[in-house]
Design a binder for this molecule. Structure first.
Ligand code: ADP
Ligand code: MG
Length: 257
């Protein structure tokens, strides 16, 4: 049975997609079977794996709005153990289309349950909003992984994020848990980054991963080559950091079982 995890933070540009692409690629390389679902209309996870959105027959849009079976939409990436459910620009209109559908908050949940026996982990890349696509994601998953950027306003919006999680727990998904908090874009040369790390650790108590993702230019370049950083530049600091995060993630998972 898979564990299903949403990469969630309603702020844009905090490292959700970068974490999704690179953490899932590292965990797949370590031998776990992974499916990544890209539910962000921007489709950066889809292109980050080198998939050309314009040539696809189906996308997650068809699953949510047209009730196409999720299994039909899964495509393999060129990396072993790693499949993807691609996004499409049509998703941008899905929020409005969903509004008139019955059970609009749990369209994704029912679909994901049909593939749970095929993967070790399913990662859902959420859009930067609190709309119906995000609610569908939070209703469908077992836990949320929250990336937080090491910048001045890091904790701004976090109470709203926690409120959303509480609301979804209460109304749609009582077992929803926090998988962990990943600090991203850390710049060791600034006091600010160091201060943010302390603040976030104090707020989330034991939930913050010891591995911190540094600001690394290779991480920013890799998507334009359609590659996770461990294939684009395996020796880069970014590749090293995400491999370490994957190891920590799996170690903590084993402790739970
Ligand atoms: P989100 O999905 O939360 O909007 P992204 O993962 O797309 O955020 O990151 C926003 C931008 O920052 C992207 O251009 C990405 O390449 C870049 N980026 C993300 N993490 C890092 C990092 N650790 N070092 C350098 N650039 C990064
Ligand atoms: Mg993104």
């Amino acid at each position: 049975m898979s564990k299903v995890i949403a990469i969630f933070n309603q702020k844009g540009g905090v490292g959700k997609t970068t974490t999704n692409v690179n953490l899932s690629a590292c965990i797949a390389q370590m031998g776990k079977k992974i499916c990544v679902i890209d539910i962000d209309p921007q489709g950066n996870t889809t292109s980050g794996f080198g998939i050309n959105k314009s040539t696809l027959e189906y996308s997650i849009y068809d699953v949510i709005v047209n009730e196409i079976a999720l299994e039909k939409v899964i495509i393999p990436t060129e990396y072993s153990n790693l499949d993807i459910v691609p996004s499409s620009v049509q998703l941008a209109g899905a929020e409005i289309e969903l509004a008139s559908i019955e059970n609009r908050e749990i369209q994704l949940k029912e679909s994901i349950n049909t593939i749970r026996d095929k993967y070790d982990y399913v990662f859902v890349d959420c859009p930067p909003s609190l709309g119906l696509l995000t609610i569908n994601s939070l209703a469908a998953v077992d836990s949320v992984l929250i990336p937080i950027q090491c910048e001045y306003y890091a904790l701004e919006g976090v109470s709203q994020l926690m409120n959303t999680i509480q609301l979804v727990k209460k109304n749609l998904n009582p077992n929803l848990e926090i998988q962990g908090v990943v600090l991203s874009m850390f710049d060791g040369r600034t006091n600010l980054s160091i201060q943010v790390v302390d603040e976030v650790k104090a707020y989330f108590k034991g939930k913050v991963y010891a591995t911190i993702i540094p600001r690394n230019v290779r991480l920013a370049e890799a998507p334009s080559y359609g590659q996770p950083v461990i294939y684009y530049d395996e020796k880069s600091k970014g590749a090293e950091a995400y491999r370490e995060l994957a190891e920590e993630f799996l170690d903590l998972e084993e402790d739970v079982i």
